[in-house]
Each structure stands twice: as structure tokens, then as C-alpha cells.
Design a protein around this ligand. Structure first.
Ligand code: FES
Length: 147
């Protein structure tokens, strides 16, 4: 049911934990399944993500997608990190079962929420970044139709 990569990231999650005094912190949840994900970003003066950590109170696929998402954004610029969509996370994990697609959306949205927090703290606008939602369960229906 799950790819080897999903199992690997679930069993050995990368970058789990938190960052003290992070440049940006984002928390999103899904009211339908009750899962919550929090992302911490450490961003330097050149807008490069130097460090990223996550905490996920959720299902195994949510843990695996958060872990993979942290690997994909680490070392990237803020603009590049915006391109890390839930689809990119899923592809990097060699796919997810259709009922678990929404878990990857939580990872994308948590990164966006952390970037939003960073932008607000620094009084800047990140081009292409939309205000994140706290509960992604509304967005989820649109996404599931695509797969
Ligand atoms: Fe909701 Fe996985 S079941 S995030």
C-alpha cells in the first residue's frame, strides 16, 4: 500500500523537532481527520532556508510527507520553497494512496503558513504566497478530485 520511501520517512523521520526563535512558524490542521502539523523555518538574510524542523500530530502519511517536505525545502530560497507543492512531495515519496493525498496537502500548507509568519514578522511580501488557512479540509476536496 505504501512505497518504500513513505515507510522509510515514517520510520526515520528527518528534521523532526522544533527551532527556538525560528524565523517563521506555521501550524495547520485538518478538522476532518484531526491531524495537526507545525513547521519551523530558520531563514538567513539572503532568504535561504538554513534549517527546518517539524512536529506532526497525525497519521503515518502526514509524518512521512512532513519529513520529505522538510528535505525538499532545506537549503532553498523562500521563492524556491514556494514551488514545493503537495504534488512534488508526493512524487518524491513515490506516491501516496488516494485516501492519503490530503496528508501531503497539510505539509504544503504548513510550509506556506511558516513562510507567511516569516513575511509578517519582517514586514515583507512574498510574491505568490497566499494567506494560509488554519483548516485545510475545505481545500482537500478540490485536490482529491484531481487525482
Ligand atoms: Fe489526515 Fe493523514 S489522515 S493527515
Amino acid at each position: 500500500m505504501y512505497s518504500e520511501k513513505v515507510m522509510d520517512h515514517f520510520n526515520n523521520p528527518r528534521n523532526m523537532g522544533e527551532i527556538e526563535n525560528a524565523s517563521g512558524v506555521g501550524t495547520v490542521g485538518n478538522a476532518k481527520c484531526g491531524d495537526i502539523m507545525r513547521m519551523y523555518l530558520d531563514i538567513d538574510d539572503n532568504n535561504v532556508i538554513q534549517d527546518v524542523k517539524f512536529k506532526t500530530f497525525g497519521c503515518g502519511a502526514a509524518v512521512a510527507t512532513s519529513s520529505m517536505a522538510t528535505e525538499l525545502v532545506k537549503g532553498k530560497t523562500v521563492q524556491e520553497a514556494l514551488e514545493v507543492t503537495n504534488k512534488a512531495v508526493m512524487e518524491a515519496l513515490d506516491g501516496l494512496p488516494p485516501v492519503k493525498v490530503h496528508c501531503s496537502l497539510l505539509a504544503e500548507e504548513a510550509i506556506h503558513a511558516a513562510l507567511w509568519d516569516y513575511a509578517e514578522k519582517n514586514n515583507i511580501t512574498i510574491e505568490g504566497l497566499e494567506k494560509p488557512v488554519n483548516d485545510i479540509s475545505e481545500k482537500e476536496e478540490e485536490v482529491e478530485e484531481e487525482y
